[in-house]
Design a protein around this ligand. Structure first.
Ligand SMILES: Cc1cc2nc3c(=O)[nH]c(=O)nc-3n(C[C@H](O)[C@H](O)[C@H](O)COP(=O)(O)O)c2cc1C
Length: 382
């Protein structure tokens, strides 16, 4: 009981603090947002790069439902330079998804430079550098958020990518390595001075990983006090139409990037756009629409990754897709047991008699952008 009281009190203090932080907030009005030559209009919504999630099938669905900008998942510079199959396949982008960014990571300047050349040839609309990944095996080699401990090297990597690129270079990062070393204001200025065309900030430190709350007050601070003029893309915990609107209103960011809120819910882009315009959230997709999109997503994933991996990887999506539906957990259990595409489709399409007519709208991936050599081996070291 006492513990409960204490927790409630703590929660109230925290909520009060949050209100205080924003009390002086007058909602911002946003202008048209551009990255280099790309005009996004007002209040654009970006799909976050997400490993094993933001693949072509998912990106195409998010595009259909209104995402204004898409990114590939992060791709290892080392993998590209060494022509690793897993990395090279992630370079596939499609005309239908433009504007689309290819995101790379790496902590070795020369390797990232080579990777930037390879990526540039593929023809994305932007090349994005990942300076935010918190995973140990990435940060220990100065990749991802690891570089937040070495800003001169961050600057050198950024400059190298810009030198090799014929298109806008953008960056996605975090507030800092930990609470003691939040240097995002300096980082933002340094990146702009180096030539970066937009900055996406996941408002957590590396030490926070994905825990605790994203600290949106930093986004506002960057917008108001850093002096940068390039667009700022806010990211972290914008998980619903209301939260996206709150982020725009409370921080003044130029775009909001949605990650986990889109997993199993590509409709979040459509819903958010309607909400921003009218203040109303559209009714959720019908059971049929959901099943149709799940079936489509699964089919495309199997085409993209091969049947075995596609069926396996799709399993992490079902939770989001089936959320809120009657019998959701038994449907999830039933599909998770199945091993082939046909078996899963059979369960999906027969689960509810109302869903018997579900049709798969897109059963094949489009052709990747052509006329470019996707990956080349660098000159052998003599
Ligand atoms: C499964 C998963 C994979 C991710 N992979 C990447 C990635 O490849 N590149 C990247 O910059 N961020 C990656 N992130 C971080 C997201 O882009 C985003 O910054 C983070 O999830 C916070 O946004 P959210 O609260 O809207 O999810 C990943 C996050 C998740 C949950």
């Amino acid at each position: 009981m006492i513990l409960k009281l204490f927790i409630n009190q703590k929660r109230e203090t925290r909520n009060q603090k949050r209100t205080d932080d924003y009390q002086s907030c007058v909602p911002f009005t946003q202008d048209q947002m551009t990255i280099g030559p790309i005009d996004f209009g007002e209040l654009p919504l970006f799909l976050a790069p997400m490993e094993d999630v933001s693949d072509p099938p998912f990106r195409l669905l998010c595009k259909r439902y209104g995402a204004d900008m898409l990114y590939t998942e992060f791709i290892s510079s080392g993998g590209l330079v060494h022509d690793a199959k897993n990395s090279v396949m992630k370079l596939d982008i499609y005309e239908q998804e433009r504007p689309v960014g290819i995101q790379i990571f790496g902590g070795e300047i020369d390797q990232v430079r080579e990777a930037a050349k390879i990526v540039d040839e593929v023809g994305p609309d932007v090349i994005d550098i990942n300076f935010g990944c918190p995973v140990k095996k990435v940060v220990c080699k100065d990749g991802g958020a690891g570089i937040l401990r070495n800003l001169p090297k961050m600057q050198a990597i950024t400059a190298a990518v810009i030198e090799e690129s014929t298109r806008p270079v953008t960056v996605k990062t975090r507030l800092g390595w930990d609470d003691q070393t939040i240097q995002i204001m300096e980082v933002a200025r340094m990146l702009e001075d180096t030539g970066v065309k937009s900055l996406a900030v996941h408002a957590r430190t590396r030490s926070q990983m994905y825990k605790g709350e994203a600290r949106w007050q930093w986004l506002r601070k960057i917008k108001e006090k850093s002096g940068i003029t390039i667009p700022l893309i806010g990211n972290g915990d914008a998980t619903s139409p209301e939260r996206v609107k709150d982020m725009f209103d409370q921080t003044g960011v130029d775009a909001v990037m949605i990650g986990r809120g889109a997993i199993g819910n590509p409709w979040i882009f459509r819903d958010t756009k309607v909400f921003l315009e009218t203040g109303e959230i559209p009714p959720p997709p019908t059971w049929e629409e959901r099943l149709q999109v799940v079936a489509e997503h699964l089919t495309l994933k199997c085409e993209w990754l091969g049947e075995r991996t596609g069926v396996l990887e799709m399993r992490r999506m079902y939770g989001g897709y089936f959320k809120g539906f009657r019998n959701a957990s038994s449907l999830r259990m039933a599909v998770i047991e199945k091993k082939t595409l046909d078996e899963v489709l059979e369960v999906l399409l027969n689960f509810d008699e109302k869903a018997a007519n579900v049709r798969i709208a897109v059963s094949s991936l489009p052709t990747p952008i052509k006329g470019v050599k996707k990956a080349t081996l660098p000159a052998a070291v003599s």
